[in-house]
Ligand binder design. Structure first.
Ligand SMILES: *Cc1c(COP(=O)(O)O)cnc(C)c1O
Length: 460
């Protein structure tokens, strides 16, 4: 007779140093959120207990990375750490040429300026805020080619990041390949809730783009999380390592922008990578104008060293299992409390569906913005809006009305414990219990660009 035992995952690291958190009272939190115009981006970090605003630049670095900081070669040109980073990008991602940038949007700025001409169209598997803005500032228009399931918070599709080839083909036929400088492909699509694209879809895209002579530029900010989902969900990948899967993903694309503040486990940094010499030449020229010399791109030598080490650590199978395992733990806990979340659970956080959480609010009353403020007020937990405020306005000044109205509970990498996750789920459950008494908000200040960062609100 054989018995099978449940085997839990656990973190493949232990804690060497701790950072103390400040606990606040409800009165203090009410004052703080009012002062912040009910925008969690404008809260002081000191007033936050558990900070799930973002997983960007909030990771805990390893002792190896901290040691790497001491190995910074702060030469203006040709720093040793640049060559180390270049080697890591070539070895683990397979791209030929590297231009470091201060973070992801620095790389987006440069690639958009180089490749996009006014009137061009850039198809992509869902927009990302900074990515689309740089495309638009360069004179291009973004066109959504993600499958419909990505916009449906209850669809169980395992690869919601996939490209819909009918949508893509329609755009290619309508505008012609010459008007499409590249297709913008994100791995583990942030705005869809951290949802992966499948390897099969990427292979098909490579075939399609070869036939039509169109580039694929990869937003590889969350490529390791995407690789984890391919390993877990896609036929034939169970026994493949994350690092192999990542390299195969990259091989179907012609270049990439990276925010290393996410998967690559550093607090600042990013890069542009390309396989094309001409694009590299131009980017190397342009980076000097916007970021810094092409061997540091706005980063200190020590930052590049920490990034090179972080890239390697991010591709470890046990690391990724614990990373996504923690997100799944929070998701299951919330579901057991009947909190409406986007399914399936994504790679970097839980996305609570504010339309179902606050069904009595219209989209113009900012349900997700309201819910994020209430969760803070309840518990000192900071989350963020991903709905109509984040979506912004089009070139004619009209509001985008996204289908998804979400509050993102983003989990920083290697930072919080399972007990923190329990506290988060329980606090959200308390807000759910009193949801009928929650009123919406109006926007009283709106900045011109990326308004979600600085907009201010008042309760109705
Ligand atoms: C964070 C992010 C970016 C922008 O990177 P920054 O480092 O914040 O400038 C671009 N794309 C995706 C998918 C991201 O998550």
């Amino acid at each position: 007779m054989s018995t099978t035992y449940h085997r839990s995952w656990a973190e493949p690291y232990k804690i060497k140093m701790v950072e103390l958190l400040k606990m606040t009272t409800r009165g203090q939190r009410l004052r703080a959120i009012k002062e912040a115009g009910f925008n969690t981006f404008l809260l002081k970090s000191e007033d936050v207990y558990i900070d799930l605003l973002t997983d960007s630049g909030t990771s805990a670095m390893s002792d190896r990375q901290w040691a790497g900081l001491m190995m910074g070669d702060e030469a203006y040109a040709g720093s040793r750490n640049f060559y180390r980073l270049e080697k890591a990008v070539q070895q683990y991602y397979g791209y030929k040429y590297l231009i470091p940038t201060h973070q992801g949007r620095g790389a987006e700025n440069i690639i958009s300026k180089i490749l996009i001409k006014p009137g061009d169209v850039i198809p992509g598997n869902m927009y990302f805020t900074t990515t689309r803005l740089h495309q638009e500032l360069a004179g291009g228009t973004f066109a959504d080619i993600i499958i419909d399931e990505a916009h449906d918070p209850v669809s169980e599709h395992p690869f919601k990041g996939n490209v819909d080839f009918d949508k893509l083909d329609r755009i290619v036929k309508q505008y012609g390949a010459s008007k499409i400088p590249y297709i913008s492909i994100a791995t583990n699509v942030n705005m869809a809730g951290g949802q992966p694209i499948s390897m099969a879809n990427l292979r098909e895209l490579r075939e399609y783009t070869h036939q039509h002579g169109i580039r694929v530029i990869h937003d590889m900010t969350r490529v390791a999380e995407n690789a984890y989902f391919i390993q877990q969900r896609e036929e034939g990948f169970k026994k493949r390592h994350i690092r192999d899967i990542v390299k195969e993903i990259c091989s179907y694309t012609d270049g990439a922008t990276m925010s290393a503040k996410k998967d690559a486990l550093v607090n600042i940094g990013g890069f542009l990578a390309t396989n094309e010499w001409d694009v590299f030449e131009e980017a190397r020229n342009m980076v000097v104008v916007y970021e810094g010399l092409h061997t540091y791109g706005g980063l200190a030598g020590r930052d590049m060293e920490a990034m090179a080490i972080g890239i390697e650590e991010s591709l470890d199978d046990n690391h990724m299992h614990a990373r996504v395992g923690q997100v799944e733990y929070l998701g299951h806990k919330m579901e057991s409390f009947d909190i409406p979340i986007v399914r399936p659970v994504g790679g970097h956080g839980i996305f609570v569906d504010a339309r179902r959480f606050l069904p009595h609010l219209t989209q113009d009353e900012f349900p997700a913005q309201t819910l994020a403020a209430e969760v803070y007020l309840e518990s000192g937990i900071r989350t963020m809006e991903r709905g109509i405020v984040s979506a912004g306005r089009n070139a004619d000044g009209e509001n985008y009305y996204p289908k998804l109205e979400l509050v993102r509970f983003t989990i920083p990498r290697r930072v919080y414990t399972q007990a923190h996750m329990d506290v988060v789920a329980e606090a959200t459950q308390v807000v759910l219990k009193r949801r009928n008494r929650i009123k919406g908000m109006k926007m009283v200040y709106e900045p011109k660009y990326l308004r979600f960062f600085q907009a201010r609100f008042e309760r109705l």
